[in-house]
Design a protein around this ligand. Structure first.
Ligand SMILES: [Cu+2]
Length: 459
């Protein structure tokens, strides 16, 4: 059946409430072109389950955390105050911020300390990003406790600016019988966190009302630890217009489903059915990511689209082209990264090129401004979404058992799915010197060591 993977004894989440809008992080800067704010990472309690409060770790007490909404060209200054009992950081996932401002595990914010992050938002970087902790060994725990939030960058020339917009942050939560978040088990550290219920903007199976025939732009973020979202909306086709790093060159569709790996984002256009008073379900369809038969993979309902009883909306004029998408150009260097696994659990020996993460070691070296071809080889029995900090790259194609599949369309990505037994080939360039993280974004795999340090050297 369709229901979520709720184990026996798990507290039941309230469901079916209207989709909540995300709360924007207020801009305290007086001058135009500046964004200034404070994030406080703190313990908080939230009412998710009848008669109980659930202890979470949140930014500014909000579940999910506040939406940062800025423009290309802005100077951003965000102070992170750590009121938790462990080290944390704020990692600006997908944004081209300098390494020392990117919340790497080498730069922990200690309990009680405040760290100011300051960076510019370059022109051309409009897109849907997010922020979350990246502390050594505890990223999975901190995200599972609620620390994740969206970060949107807008362009002054947005060809879809006239399309009404909705942001949907998908997170997972797993509660015990007392309504508290259950810790990761050895199985979670092997297969990725299992048995979570999916939430959209903090609500379980929320209802999103749309006028019949209306077109909307949905920004969907996969902020789960390990859940691949193979999205499909009953009775509707989807049009893909953007990925991790912003808009595609042109809309792609109609598509019956779209796969969004952990940490990835998509922008899609959805035109609601012209049938008034109807209900349609957005689902994350079953998608197994291990060949060992150990994960618990089911189809799960995410959200209900309910058409109103209004007269159908007039069709919106949609552009045939969105923006130029530059080719990265020829590679001047190559790298081969082999994803490896030598055991199970936290001691699972997840690694890259046979080595588990050591923040004091440099694993890979690149030069500023040089396009490189990376062959990412998955030698394990699980799919891994591989994330590179500080830049956007393009997938050239994948190869499995001698069959090559070119990327179906050009897109900017910061996270690429590398299925078991597959090699993904990307073209990537880093424009700022310093140390960058390269890792699996199944957060339990990251914490178990599937992460490398890339040192980008000035030319
Ligand atoms: Cu992984």
């Amino acid at each position: 059946m369709m229901g979520g993977p709720v184990g026996p004894g798990a507290a039941a989440l309230a469901q079916g409430q209207p989709l909540r809008p995300l709360v924007p992080l207020a801009n305290a800067a007086a001058e135009p072109g500046r964004f200034a704010a404070t994030l406080v990472a703190e313990r908080a309690s939230v009412g998710l389950v009848e008669g109980r409060s659930t202890a979470l770790w949140l930014y500014n007490g909000l579940f999910p955390g506040p939406l940062v909404d800025v423009r290309e060209g802005d100077r951003v200054r965000i102070a992170l105050e750590n009121r938790l009992a462990l080290d944390t950081t704020a990692h600006w996932h997908g944004l081209p911020v300098p390494p020392e401002q990117d919340g790497n595990p080498m730069d922990p914010v200690r309990p009680g300390a405040t760290r100011v992050y300051e960076f510019d938002i370059p022109v051309g970087s409009a897109g849907t990003y997010w922020y979350h902790p990246h502390a050594h060994g505890t990223t999975a725990e901190q995200v599972s406790m609620g620390l994740a939030a969206p970060f949107i960058v807008r362009s002054a020339q947005d060809p879809l600016a006239h399309v009404p917009e909705v942001t949907m942050l998908v997170t997972g939560i797993r509660l015990d019988a007392n309504g508290q978040v259950s810790p990761n088990s050895p199985m979670d550290f092997t297969a990725g966190r299992q048995g979570e219920q999916l939430l959209v903007n903090g609500g379980r199976l929320p209802v999103h009302a749309m006028r019949p025939g209306a077109t909307q732009r949905w920004r969907i973020l996969n902020a789960t630890s390990a859940r691949y979202l193979r999205l499909a909306l009953d009775g509707h086709a989807l049009t893909l217009v953007g990925t991790d790093g912003g808009l595609l060159a042109a809309p792609v569709g109609p598509l019956s489903e779209i796969l969004v790996a952990p940490a990835q984002r998509v922008e899609i256009l959805v035109t609601a059915s012209t049938t008034p008073g109807a209900r349609f379900t957005l689902r994350a369809q079953r998608h197994a990511i291990d060949t060992m038969g150990i994960g618990s993979y089911t189809t799960e309902e995410l959200l209900t689209v309910a058409t109103t009883t209004e007269a159908p909306a007039a069709a919106l004029a949609l552009p045939a082209a969105l923006r130029p998408l530059a080719d990265p150009g020829p590679a001047v260097a190559t790298k081969r990264l082999v994803l490896t696994q030598s055991g199970m659990g936290m001691m699972g020996g997840f690694g890259i090129n046979g080595r588990t993460f050591d923040m004091d070691r440099v694993d890979l070296v690149s030069s500023v401004g040089e396009v490189e071809r990376w062959d990412i080889v998955n030698d394990t029995m699980m799919d891994h979404p591989i994330h590179i900090h500080g830049t956007q790259f393009q997938l050239a194609g994948r190869e499995s058992r001698g069959i090559a599949t070119p990327a179906p369309w050009a897109a900017w990505l910061d996270t690429v799915d590398v299925p078991a037994g597959t090699t993904a080939t990307i073209r990537v360039r880093q424009d700022l010197p310093g140390k960058r993280m390269v890792h699996c974004h199944i957060l339990e795999h990251e914490d178990a060591g599937m992460m490398a340090v890339l040192e980008v050297r000035p030319k």
